[in-house]
Design a protein around this ligand. Structure first.
Ligand code: GUN
Ligand code: FE
Length: 433
């Protein structure tokens, strides 16, 4: 496809600030140029020098008063919960029974699934999210609908069918055998097709029998590059319930460990109430945690301890966890992440936030050789963010002189309105009105 260039202030993360310090963690070009061809980044650098070598006739798109950066990566979200976001008044277990399960029941209708999948994907793109690790429902067709919608727009996406064979309504359960067979069918159909990947998705330990968790562990190792996606240690009542359901295991993580569900492609949402041994085991196995601040606050689940994860060397990405999360916006998710850290007497620098939203998410998903930064050769998934998107943002930016200040304001005040356009594999997939 034709070569195209984007001239803007360009920022991307190139390392974890916790490992290399803030200054070495990012690259910034105040007047930068991103050259895209064949859906990939061909070059990135100062506009002045790159423009001189640009082949004659190359279209140059200019983006003023804003920032070009990699697309956001959401490492935990439920597409079937799009229509039940902001459900009032409950903590996790009652929220699941009262709101979530009835909403997920609707996905037995494939037309409903197709409609929600389309709304969901458009909402991700409106918010600048170009890749996500996504829960379906127990219904096989829910995952077909999701992957179809992602494939149409050539997005790098990961998803899977929920496995759930106990402690849920009959209308929403599979069996160890049917869950295994349905997952296999979906893997054969979608895993590795275009930019799509499959995740083996037991909902959480309480809703699967030993037999189902064992079959999930077996399935995970039957194909290359499969992900494992579940919930872990989110809510205190949930943790106690797991202990009573699996008395032979030493703790919540040990249940998954026992069934061979820890791997370099395993992503656990939440991980709020973990002990040191559990953090160490996550690090040892290369597993990742999805930090979901808006959800953890909304359901009153607790405060995620990011510094503790850093100390143990656990990979961490950001998750919106919609519908328990209250926003599709990774910017708004960072706003809440900052406050969660403040409540624990810690700081979240805007460059660590940038890392979590992009390269850190890509690393958690083992996709950092393709997405998460604008390194040449990477897939051209990027966003154009707008410093003038609202009167308040524009006014505030007049006072913000340094990059770190501008970035922090963008992450604190910004949401979907700050996303002027979103690109996937070099194609524009969203343009703000
Ligand atoms: N634990 C098990 N299922 C869910 C879910 O759908 N959302 C959240 N936040 N936690 C869960
Ligand atoms: Fe979740």
């Amino acid at each position: 496809s034709a070569r195209k260039a984007y001239r803007a202030s360009i920022l991307h993360s190139i390392a974890d600030p916790a490992e290399v310090g803030i200054e070495a963690s990012y690259e910034y070009f105040d007047d930068g140029l991103l050259i895209v061809s064949d859906g990939q980044v061909e070059a990135l650098g100062e506009a002045e020098s790159l423009l001189a070598e640009l082949p004659a006739g190359t279209e140059v798109v200019e983006h003023a008063n804003g920032l070009l950066m990699p697309g956001f990566i959401d490492t935990h979200i439920h597409y079937p919960q799009t229509g039940m976001i902001a459900a009032y008044g409950e903590q996790l277990l009652d929220w699941l029974n009262n709101y979530t399960f009835p909403a997920e029941r609707e996905f037995e209708n494939p037309e409903h699934a197709a409609e929600v999948a389309d709304v969901f994907i458009r909402e991700l793109l409106r918010n600048g999210t170009t890749s996500a690790l996504v829960f379906g429902t127990v219904h096989k067709a829910s995952v077909d609908a999701f992957f179809s919608a992602a494939e149409q727009r050539n997005l790098r996406m990961i998803g899977g069918k929920v496995l759930m064979d106990r402690n849920a309504p009959d209308y929403l359960t599979d069996t160890a055998e049917s869950g295994y067979q349905d997952s296999r069918e979906l893997i054969e159909r979608w895993h590795g097709k275009g930019r799509l990947h499959y995740a083996v998705t037991p909902r959480f330990a309480p809703t699967s029998t030993d037999e189902q968790l064992a079959s999930a562990g077996q399935l995970l190792h039957e194909y290359d590059g499969l992900y494992m996606h579940t919930h872990l240690s989110e809510n205190r009542d949930e943790v106690e319930w797991v202990k009573s359901l699996f008395p032979q295991c030493s703790g919540y993580l040990d249940v998954y460990d026992h069934f061979n569900l820890l791997s370099e492609r395993s992503v656990f949402a939440h991980g709020i109430h973990l002990c040191d041994d559990e953090c160490q085991r996550l690090a040892q196995t290369g597993s990742a945690i999805a930090f979901c601040p808006t959800s953890n606050l909304f359901l009153g689940s607790g405060l995620f301890n990011l510094p503790k994860m850093e100390q143990h060397g656990v990979n961490v990405g950001l998750g919106t966890d919609v519908g328990a999360g209250t926003s599709f916006s990774i910017l708004q998710t960072l706003n809440e992440a900052y406050k969660v850290m403040q409540l624990q007497g810690a700081k979240l620098s805007p460059f660590k936030s940038l890392y979590l939203a992009t390269l850190g998410g890509a690393r958690a998903l083992r996709l950092d050789d393709r997405i998460g930064s604008l390194a040449p050769g990477n897939e051209a998934d990027f966003v154009l963010l707008d410093y003038h998107c609202t009167p308040l943002m524009q006014y505030r930016m007049q006072q913000a002189r340094t990059l770190d200040e501008r970035l922090f304001v963008l992450m604190t005040l910004g949401d979907d309105r700050a996303v002027r356009a979103t690109f996937a594999a070099g194609q524009c997939v969203h343009q703000r009105d």
